[in-house]
Write a protein that binds this ligand. Structure first.
Ligand code: F6R
Length: 262
């Protein structure tokens, strides 16, 4: 049993329309506890919402959560095939066989071991010649599934969610984005070498923030400044993750290292 606590529950009354916003901030002891608690939240969502569309970030942060979800499925506690999936983003120019591409990571860490059939997933092919067509295909898929039910997101050092980079417009649907310098620099950690990535394809911020539920995970000391800006900085396009504070049904989960500056 992992130790975790609900750090604080912030209830904000928005003046315009007096909509009630509940943002839950959960701190957990460490990365493993984050994986276990996140998997429980996601599994509960899937059990209560079969047939809904899930959108999971790739990257390092959710890998433990994927492993826990697969263990839960193996124990018969959740059926990960009872929902649909939309890939969140991809490096343009990289395909499923390129180490560190988002699809390669998702296939290896989640779709493969979870045994999700291809017809339940919309993927981005970063090698496709017509990336705009990839965007329209993803938009059609999201629409067909009634929008994103649950989004599992991570935050970049620069505040990006998906590849919604700092300063990016409030985009509905999907778009091709010029990658931020920080994103390009950090990308080498996924590829095991430096690659000249310039553009990405991503689900836009508006569509992500329209998700029924959002779980944003922030882990590790290196993410403490990003966690501080996400939770305490000005809400705006300069730090896209800050918008999650305006979501009506979001959880921001931090481990103690990431919560160091809060
Ligand atoms: C990846 C993605 C990115 C990552 C973010 C954090 O599909 O959408 O926004 O979630 O860059 O990455 P990690 O978890 O590797 O620190």
């Amino acid at each position: 049993m992992h130790k975790y606590k609900i750090y604080v529950i912030i209830k904000i009354l928005i003046n315009k329309g007096a909509a009630k916003i509940f943002m839950k901030i959960i701190t957990v002891s460490d990365y493993n506890a984050m994986a276990v608690e996140s998997a429980k939240i996601i599994a509960a969502y899937i059990k209560n919402n079969p047939g809904k569309l899930m959108c999971f970030a790739a990257g390092d942060t959710p890998l433990g959560t994927f492993a826990e979800l697969i263990k839960m499925q193996d124990r018969g506690e959740v059926d990960l095939s009872s929902v649909y999936y939309a890939q969140l983003d991809e490096w343009v120019g990289l395909g499923p066989n390129d180490k560190g591409s988002c699809l390669q990571v998702m296939n290896e860490a989640f779709f493969g071991p979870a045994n999700i059939s291809k017809d339940k997933i919309n993927i981005f092919d970063g090698l496709a010649e017509d990336q705009e067509a990839q965007c329209r295909k993803a938009e059609d898929w999201i629409k067909k599934q009634g929008g994103i039910g649950f989004a599992l997101l991570g935050v970049g050092m620069n505040g990006h969610i998906g590849f919604n980079e700092p300063g990016a417009p409030d985009t509905e649907g999907c778009f091709i984005v010029e990658l931020d310098d920080t994103t390009k620099k950090v990308s080498a950690k996924y590829f095991g070498k430096s690659l000249p990535v310039q553009t990405g394809i991503t689900i836009g911020r508006k569509t992500l923030l329209d998700s029924g539920e959002i779980l944003l995970q922030i882990s590790g000391k290196s993410k403490a400044p990003a966690a501080e800006k996400t939770l305490k900085g000005e809400i705006g396009a300069d730090f896209p993750a800050s918008f999650i504070r305006n979501h009506k049904n979001a959880i921001i989960m931090l481990d103690e290292d990431a919560a160091g500056l809060i």
